[in-house]
Design a binder for this molecule. Structure first.
Ligand code: ZN
Length: 237
């Protein structure tokens, strides 16, 4: 039997933020499972690197490896079929009239949370962990603390459960996310995140920078690079 209070489901995309959240969960829960979504993303490569990224993070500490349970890859491609977003189509990334970049995929996180809660329900996992963040973010309204709090309430009402929704990165900067990884798993975790995770919107893994692989110019690469520089500058790390 899985102890609900000590178990978690991590929304694990294969990016830096969710990788840090996976380490965060492995550090405090005795049983951790992951869920990932194929939504027709252009950077489909993040789905391909997920198994290896999961394994590399768990390998940082023997107790983490013992705590990591199964992965649940889910099909959410109906989201991509709605279309008209630079996240799923080969169109230029730019600001839209609404003040949101056209990488915003309406309903994405809302749907992911609902699907994740169904998995957590079936698996008897008490915590749902995700890397959503209000700091340094791209203005996505589905990453706001208020959204997750309201959504969590709706999910708990709609499932008659009492899931805890953990968002360890909500109020920290990208530089602080790197520092959190160092605090949780030292340089071994930092280097696993650099080598094995994927953030670039364009799915580019042909260039290797100090902070990992990417095109180096898209908004996701830019944010990751700036955060890494910020992290290394502090105390001359
Ligand atoms: Zn990029």
């Amino acid at each position: 039997m899985i102890d609900e209070t000590k178990s978690a489901l991590v929304l694990f995309s294969g990016g830096q933020d969710s990788a840090t959240c996976l380490a965060w969960a492995l550090d405090r829960f005795t049983h951790v499972e992951t869920v990932g979504f194929d939504y027709g993303q252009r950077h489909h490569i993040e789905l391909e690197i997920r198994p290896q990224a999961r394994a590399a993070i768990a390998a940082v500490k023997p107790e983490w490896a013992a705590r990591l349970g199964v992965d649940h890859p889910l099909d959410a491609r109906s989201l991509g079929s709605i279309g008209n977003t630079a996240m799923t189509e080969d169109i230029e990334i730019k600001m839209g009239e609404s003040g949101l970049p056209n990488t915003f995929l309406p309903g994405r996180n809302l749907l992911f949370y609902v699907l994740a809660s169904a998995v957590a329900y079936r698996r008897g996992l008490g915590h749902i962990v995700s890397g959503v963040c209000e700091t340094d973010f791209s203005g996505y309204p589905d990453c706001r603390d208020e959204t997750i709090t309201a959504l969590g309430k709706a999910i708990n009402l709609g499932t008659a459960r009492d899931f805890t929704f953990d968002t360890p990165l909500m109020w920290i900067s990208k530089g602080e996310t790197w520092a959190l990884a160092a605090q949780l798993g030292g340089e071994a975790l930092v280097s696993a995140i650099i080598e094995e995770t994927h953030t670039c919107y364009l799915g580019d893994r042909s260039n290797r920078f100090a902070w990992g692989y990417g095109c180096g110019t898209c908004p996701a690469c830019d944010l990751r690079a700036k955060g890494y520089a910020e992290y290394r500058q502090v105390d001359g790390r």
